[in-house]
Write a protein that binds this ligand. Structure first.
Ligand code: MN
Length: 291
């Protein structure tokens, strides 16, 4: 059985712009540097937080990315997004936005206007998925995935549902296309319900408990907003919702095992490529987007 390596509590939150109050898990403290969960190189989690009404939408202004993909998963609240390649839209509760920055993109992310005016609970994940070297300079791409489009797998005995965002579960393929083998799914478990997972042992695998609390392989209880890093010692593990219904983000990916050179919003393979990214950004090669 694949065992628990460490249970990581949420760190003190910090603000990204003025709209995202996040706990950073990757590349954070403990063992979660940019290599340990390769190809998942960054994980920011806005745990459920009430934002009061605001006439001016909160968020993050225009900024660049190169060399990887940003994946936003909305649980509560709505985000509006625009990018320099013409992609954009609203990420509603249950939706996923999979943006491939690749050779370079400018984008901005704000609370959606009517959500901002009304205020409300806000809860989101933003994940950076690294790209293999050979795809880092490919064309940017944008996958807007509404909740209705996400493949669902009904667990036996009414134990719950697996929403397969990417990868596959029990032979059922997920919705998003990826550049390397990545599994990403929301496990929605009824109280007492359990689900079993099987990923190759060398796939880096972790769980973020978004709602409720769980046990992994029947072990110690993991509360809401905690991350579970699993060992790379075996394939199979199970999770069970204890006490109430649970929602767990399940991540597993084939490590790229390539050198990482990271600087702010750019993640490349060498220092030279980072310098090139900064020069290209400074000379307007990432396109144009109004603030
Ligand atoms: Mn961004």
């Amino acid at each position: 059985m694949r065992t628990v390596e460490i249970i990581v509590p949420p760190r003190e939150p910090h603000f990204v712009g003025d709209g995202f109050r996040v706990h950073n898990f990757i590349p954070g403290g403990y063992r979660l540097d940019m290599k340990r969960m390769d190809p998942f190189i960054m994980l920011d989690y806005n745990s459920r937080h009430y934002f009061p009404p605001s006439e001016k939408p909160r968020g993050v202004g225009v900024h660049p990315h190169r060399g990887f993909e940003t994946v936003t998963v909305a649980y509560k609240g709505r985000v509006a997004h625009y990018d320099s390649s013409g992609g954009g839209g609203v990420i509603d509760e249950g939706d996923v936005q999979w943006m491939t920055a690749a050779s370079g993109i400018l984008h901005k992310e704000y609370h959606e206007e009517s959500f901002s005016k009304e205020g409300g609970d806000f809860q989101m994940i933003q994940l950076w998925v690294n790209l293999p070297a050979k795809y880092k300079m490919s064309e940017p791409k944008y996958q807007a995935i509404s909740n209705g489009e996400i493949t669902k797998y009904a667990l036996p005995d009414g134990a719950g549902t697996i929403e397969i965002i990417a990868g596959e579960y029990r032979g059922v393929k997920g919705t998003a296309s990826t550049f390397s083998p990545v599994h990403m799914m929301n496990a929605k478990l009824e109280k007492g319900g359990s689900a079993e997972f099987s990923f190759p042992a060398h796939f880096n695998t972790g769980l973020l408990v978004v709602e409720g609390s769980i046990k992994v392989n029947g072990g110690e209880e993991v509360p809401t907003d905690h991350f579970v890093l699993l060992e790379n010692n075996d394939t199979d593990f199970s999770i069970q919702a204890v006490g109430e219904n649970a929602l767990v983000m399940v991540l597993s990916g084939d490590p790229l095992n390539e050198p990482i050179a990271a600087h702010g919003p750019f993640v490349m393979n060498s220092r030279e490529e980072i310098i090139e990214a900064i020069e290209d950004f400074n000379t307007g090669k990432f396109g144009h987007l109004e603030d």
